[in-house]
Design a protein around this ligand. Sequence first.
Ligand code: GLN
Length: 196
Amino acid sequence: MKAGVISLQGAAPEHVQALQRAMERMDVRGEVVAVRRPEQLASVSCIVIPGGESTTISKLLQRLGLYDPVVRMGREGVPILGTCAGCVLLASEGDDEVERTGTRLLNLMDMKVDRNAFGRQKDSFEAPLRIEGMDEEFPGIFIRGPVIERTWGRCKALCAHEGRIVMARQDNLLATSFHPELTGDTRLHELLLGML
Ligand code: GLN
């Protein structure tokens, strides 16, 4: 099994490590690839889009020829986990800031995101989360994360914090406002790998 982490900007190395730990825990043999070129995508069977700056990641995806292949793979059923900026990019609709910055979203999930709804860097916080389908709470780490304002169609909300949606799933696609890669908890990475 080969998993790919889009490694253009942001919290990519942490996802590589989290996926490696998840594979160990699931007792599967696999490899995690830091993806920077389109040809690297051909060999991966699932993808993580990390947190960072969604405008920058979107620009780099387009410039390096990764944008179209990622969209195609998402549509074809390849499991993709997008965290924080990655969650913004998976959405089909953004807020004014997405508009103003000309950020081209991947338009894969039926949801609208509000990009910096949780405030600035100094407003970062941690909160235990109840996620649908998980028995125990998940440690949520929020760093300028988006809020998922609404979902429609096949996209379903899986977790809310203080009444605001912070995680959603649409078939093979998973989006979180928070950063599972910054915790020791690999359950979300295991969920991604488990889709294979
Ligand atoms: N607010 C950032 C953005 O929308 C995301 C922050 C993060 O990924 N930690 O690009």
